[in-house]
Design a protein around this ligand. Sequence first.
Ligand SMILES: [Zn+2]
Length: 340
Amino acid sequence: MKVVFSEQQLKHDPQGFVSSGAQADNPEKPQRAECLLTAALSCDLQHEYPADLGDEVIAAVHTPRYLEFLQNIHPRWSRVPGATAEIVPNIHPLSRSDGYPKSAVGQVGFHVYDGSCPITADTWHSARWSAMTAAHAANCVLSGDAACYALSRPPGHHASQDVAGGFCYLNNSAIAAQLLRTKFAKVAIVDIDVHHGNGTQRIFYERDDVLSVSLHADPERFYPFFWGYANETGTGPGAGFNINMPLPRGTGDDQYLASLHDALARVREFSADALVIALGLDAHEDDPFHGMAISTTGFGAIGTQLAALELPTVMVQEGGYLSDALGENLASFLAGFQNT
Ligand SMILES: [Zn+2]
């Protein structure tokens, strides 16, 4: 199996984010990717650099206005007297149909939904290469690879068509799924990140060709709070094609694996032709977000269950933050996936 990764993804290095109202140290660090690359190589994955597939693969999922915003906002913001080095919003519209201002400050509020998504001078560059990594991995699977691991960073599953949030700018998993659709009629996305994949949900919410399944800590008391409830099942043609499985805080291996078993039954029922795994590793017991208590061994069992679907598979890295176990969790997942 290949691991797709470009060092260009490391340039984005935001220092802060807003946590409970205070500026805090940003945990979405470039070192995450270095740790995960080392782990992937230790599992004998072959490193491949992503090709530049052009902005079209990104524009298949995101709006032109949003992409123009991401490319240009940092120099525009920097011209505002007294502006900070890292862009963080301070005002938001109540609805997506509200007015679209010309002001840089106003547009930041429109396109960034929370305080955990600072934009630096390098954000567009790295986010674009993170998207290319996912797209390249999807292309490998389109060309016949049984599975491919996209080491995408910054992550993507909280970003929707025109909104960034939760350390995510471009939705890498959605970009991979959309590309897989050029060959495969039905694509399933299974999101195992501890946080609900609200951006992915929104992108495919009205579609019946991409099934979105997310297992995550119950949003009643966990980020992203407003989305991820079991009654969010899709609308229009997409009705019934969005599945949320909120799990209690502190969920361990046994309960998680039983829920995953049920989730994958829905993927089989859907008759998916290809699979995207939104591979968050932050459900681990030592992850700094402490949403669940999955063990390192548990990630191996999760990988084995997903491999049993026997589908062409793109794994797209999502969350998972620095702890002594981060690399071991990826290695366990990959070993579990490959040993079936
Ligand atoms: Zn997460």
